[in-house]
Write a protein that binds this ligand. Structure first.
Ligand code: SF4
Length: 360
């Protein structure tokens, strides 16, 4: 009946109705998913030419994408679904510029579109992913990606401060990898950086999370951003004691409009270190076998980043330029704006799945 009414409405009115009902239509789409492929999902090599939303019941039109030679597969996606965070790290390069978070059903629909387009790895990031709905939002997305989409690798990057054991009890079985940010084992340095937790100790919390990861069979990773305040630190003993499956070491990165420049919420210039200083830090930790370094160049080109509106962000020009949302134009069209370098992704070992370092 809804279709019949919509056919008789002028285009602008029909579109307004559809936008208002988008959440419900997404849910309906999901309930029918086992019966047939949703009409709104683009086929690889095709693009949508209708001007209506992709959830349009009047049916989007598709045509062959002739410049498809350059099309990319979104094998591994970092979905920054929120920009809100309870920390204030001075170098943060995904700052709280909006408080927008997609409704859960729309986020699920976008993830299903990415799976259709070839996604195998999803990483949920922020902001702080456990801030939204006390971790329930990210928990439900993790469950959906593992149980419904059957993705080989589902991971979260978090500052770890809001994760409770009851979350592991409920959602731990659907999560492959948990990466916790830790830049220093000296609490005073953490406070200087902006990762202070008041009375709570970031390092003590890290050990607690490490233990829960063991108990609930989630692979444990550590991410560290090397900057002016921790570049001299020797972390060998602490990292070896925590024994993560991977220790990702990032060089502090400037992104215009995020942590650098006039309209930015952070001024990260005072955190920046030279390439030589970064190399010296790596050299000091060369005996840590799980260390994986990420220089500025690698970071700019090799991450497929999806923001809170499900727009790909192109970081190539030193600032984040958004594509259109995959919910509006489909994955194929959006990804062409992403600036993603598939070769760089492969070079940094981006094809590794959690099975490679065994989940247990
Ligand atoms: S914990 Fe992460 S998201 Fe939060 S302020 Fe620090 S760098 Fe930014």
């Amino acid at each position: 009946m809804l279709l019949g009414v919509l056919y008789r409405l002028p285009l602008a009115v029909a579109r307004a109705v559809l936008v208002a009902l988008r959440g419900r239509l997404c849910a309906l789409c999901w309930s029918l998913a086992p019966l047939s492929r949703p009409l709104s999902l683009p086929l690889p090599g095709w693009r949508r030419v209708s001007t209506l939303s992709p959830v349009s019941p009047v049916g989007p039109r598709w045509e062959r994408d002739d410049d498809d030679e350059a099309s990319l597969t979104p094998t591994s996606v970092n979905y920054h679904f929120t920009r809100q965070c309870n920390y204030k790290c001075g170098f943060c390069f995904h700052t709280a510029k909006t408080s927008f978070v997609l409704p859960l059903e729309e986020a699920k629909m976008g993830l299903a579109m990415l799976k259709e387009a070839g996604m195998e790895k999803i990483n949920f990031s922020g902001g702080e992913p456990f801030l939204q709905d006390r971790g329930e939002f990210v928990g439900k997305l993790v469950q959906f990606c593992k149980q419904d989409l059957k993705l080989p690798s589902v991971s979260i990057v978090s500052n770890g401060s809001l994760i409770r054991e009851r979350w592991f009890k409920k959602y731990g079985e659907y999560l492959d990898i948990l990466a916790i940010s830790c830049d220093s084992f000296d609490e005073n340095v953490n406070v200087l950086i902006g990762r202070g937790q008041g009375k709570k100790n970031h390092v003590e919390n890290l050990h607690k999370l490490r233990q829960w990861c063991r108990e609930y069979a989630v692979a444990f990773k550590i991410n560290s951003v090397i900057n002016r305040f921790n570049v001299e630190e020797d972390m060998n003993e602490q990292i070896k004691a925590l024994n993560p499956v991977r220790w990702k070491v990032f060089q502090c990165l400037l992104i215009e409009g995020e942590n650098s420049g006039e309209d930015a919420l952070r001024e990260a210039e005072r955190f920046v270190i030279s390439d030589e200083e970064f190399e010296q830090f790596l050299d000091r930790h060369k005996d840590v076998s799980c260390l994986v370094p990420e220089s500025n160049q690698k970071m700019r080109d090799s991450y497929l980043i999806l923001d809170e509106y499900m727009r790909f962000l192109n970081c190539r020009n030193g600032r984040k330029e958004p594509s259109k949302s995959i919910l509006d134009v489909g994955v194929e069209a959006a990804i062409k704006f992403s600036g993603f370098d598939e070769m760089m992704f492969l070079k940094r070992g981006g094809k590794l799945f959690c099975n490679d370092y065994s989940k247990v």
